[in-house]
Design a protein. Structure first.
Length: 121
């Protein structure tokens, strides 16, 4: 896994929220987390400039959202390593080092857990 991004301690001492990208999220008052660090899974990066990072786990989502995500100013990270080389410029890659659970031994891999939301943890 030497070719993958070594995940640094991005926000030491900060409270970090991971939020999904489903439409039900739009009904929630998210103003309470605007002053914290936030990782948005899939579509959640579109909620506003207070989303610090976008996480996604599959090539199809990325390709469908490429025009919009190209304009996003925050960190973009994924475990979908099958993206065409020319599209990888801003995307940080980590490997799927285990199928389930939480990865605690490697800083360049995650546990996939079957979906983007669970892998963001």
């Amino acid at each position: 896994m030497a070719d993958f991004w070594e995940i640094p301690a991005l926000w030491p001492g900060s409270t970090v929220f991971i939020i999904g990208g489903g439409v039900s999220l739009l009904k929630q008052d998210l103003s309470l987390i605007h002053n914290h660090r936030v990782v948005g899974v899939n579509q959640a990066y579109k909620l506003g400039p207070w989303i610090d990072a976008c996480w996604f786990g599959d090539k199809g989502w990325y390709e469908e959202n490429l025009p919009a995500i190209s304009k996003y100013g925050g960190l973009i990270a994924t475990c979908a390593a099958t993206l065409p080389e020319q599209r990888k410029a801003r995307v940080k890659y980590v490997g799927r080092s285990k199928p389930s659970g939480i990865e605690v031994k490697r800083r360049n891999g995650i546990a996939w857990n079957g979906n983007s939301g669970a892998s963001a943890i």
